[in-house]
Design a protein around this ligand. Sequence first.
Ligand code: ADP
Length: 212
Amino acid sequence: MRHIQLSERQEKIIQIVTDNQPITSDAIAGRLNLTRATLRPDLAILTMAGILDARPKVGYFVTGKTKLSYVSDTIKDIYVKDVLSVPIVLDEAISLYDAIVFIFLEDISSVYVTNEGFLTGVVSRKDFLRSAIGGTDLHKVPIGVVMTRMPNIIYTTKEENILSAAIKLIEHQIDSIPVVEFIDVDQKRLRVIGRVTKTTITRLFVELGNNL
Ligand code: ADP
């Protein structure tokens, strides 16, 4: 992951350029009481980082890149395959009761449901609560009856950018999306190979914050 840590002097240079652009390296050096040679490595770093740019005979100016634009640049290079967690899957025939015990033990809020190894649905806390309130016999009814079913399942793939996977979580107001692999050409059968959850995104957010 890219790590941008600017020195105090580099921050000062950015401020001087912001306030006086375009400004020559001589003039920046003068304001800092330094020689141009001393400043050269800092200017080189800031230019390479894309924060400053220089026009010959005119001087330095800021490109408008902020720390936030570094975050978005960094996110553009992160894919689902870089951050996914292991999938947590149950067979459709499992009873609601056993599935509820399972989500407690695993400390998760939803489970992907499969039949003969292929994704058929997702069952979450709300689905369990709805069944419980409705008086369903939790020991007898299998999760396949109450889950959200294919083709209504929102999923992602290893190659999808993490930002667009996160947008799916927000737009569909769900906590988790399975990461799938297509088994046949018409993409009807999907194998679950991972999961991306709101926790995945929160963890990534913290990691990015710590690297700013
Ligand atoms: P909770 O039940 O804790 O609110 P969610 O917000 O993830 O958890 O789920 C809300 C509803 O959306 C549930 O009915 C669940 O079956 C469904 N759901 C959850 N994940 C998905 C998904 N990836 N694709 C389609 N539906 C989903």
